[in-house]
Write a new protein. Structure first.
Length: 250
């Protein structure tokens, strides 16, 4: 690290559990963030400010006025821009010393596989079950740690599926694809409390950084659920399904 980096990341370096070695792990890491909306905003911003050296931001949407209530990557003067272009501008302003790569389309098939394979950690900040299951399958194939978040109305959840560990569950173990509702809830029809996505997205960033630096104990094998109306957290264990259609062959 150069003198500017030592100064920028000084408060990380002061942490005995992190130190210079952990900060260098961040600087050398590549994170894939799928979704540049409510969850992706705080997640990507904290990854950038923490010094994750290469962030890939993928989203096929454009900035709309209704996004601005909660999606802090975007500003009023960027209405109509692609979310990833807007997000790149925000992240570059936060930390010009990192590289932000943007993908202005929905990641699917071979391209999703390629990006997951290249990543050190994957953050699922999407808003639909189909995308979540596609990301999970790619993470299972390439043994990549997946940090998953979701938020709707006043309820949020966050979990880690560390697929480097052969004993860890995958997302499908917890939410089998065949059990998903045909008409899934989304913010456009159900609404979402703005600070909730900030809480969940920030936790996704924290878990991703812990994975990258090998800090503490991750949420692998657990799911946290937050009811923000009562500010009550619930933790549930997530066992691996040895008959899981996605990860049983590991």
């Amino acid at each position: 690290m150069n003198d500017q980096q030592l100064l920028r990341y000084a408060r990380h370096i002061l942490l005995d559990e992190l130190g210079i070695e952990g900060q260098e792990a961040f600087l050398g890491a590549r994170a894939l963030v799928v979704g540049a909306g409510g969850l992706g905003s705080p997640a990507a911003m904290y990854l950038a400010s923490a010094g994750v050296g290469h962030i890939v931001l993928a989203d096929d949407d454009t900035v709309e006025l209704s996004n601005l209530q909660r999606q802090l990557l975007h500003t009023t003067d960027r209405l109509g821009q692609s979310k990833v272009a807007s997000g790149r501008a925000t992240l570059a302003a936060l930390n010009p010393g990192i590289h932000v790569q943007v993908i202005e389309r929905r990641l699917v098939d071979d391209e999703l596989d390629e990006q997951v394979a290249a990543a050190d950690v994957v953050l699922d900040c999407s808003d639909n079950f189909a995308t979540r299951h596609q990301i999970n399958r790619a993470c299972v194939r390439h043994h990549k740690p997946l940090v998953s978040g979701a938020a709707i109305r006043f309820d949020g959840q966050v979990g880690v599926f560390d697929l480097r560990d052969a004993t860890a569950p995958c997302y499908h173990c917890l939410f089998p694809e065949e059990a998903d509702d045909v008409e899934e809830a989304n913010c456009a029809t159900m609404g979402v409390f703005a600070p909730l996505v900030g809480i969940i997205g920030s936790m996704q960033a924290a878990e991703a950084l812990k994975v990258l630096a090998g800090l503490g104990t991750s949420l692998s094998g657990r799911l946290l659920h937050l009811d923000v109306l009562t500010m009550q957290w619930r933790s549930m264990n997530v066992p691996r399904d040895h008959e899981c259609a996605v990860c049983a062959a590991r």
